[in-house]
Ligand binder design. Sequence first.
Ligand SMILES: [Zn+2]
Length: 79
Amino acid sequence: MVSPIVKVDDKHLPLYRVVWVADLPHFCGEEDCQREGYYEIRLDVEDSIWTSSAERDEVLEALNRWCGDPREDSDERPF
Ligand SMILES: [Zn+2]
């Protein structure tokens, strides 16, 4: 079984909570923004976690493993 848990920063995140993962780093132009340059991982509640590009890539990989169909003989798409 592929683990549906991925670690981001200090948080163990169940992949089924992820709604979307940012392709580009956050930029809003506000001077005191704490999240500039971080990648947003949107969760299914009104909440997000913020991470580096490397960790963002790890989350995407984990999502692909988790959502992908491990059976080679199937030509059905997972969605
Ligand atoms: Zn901002």
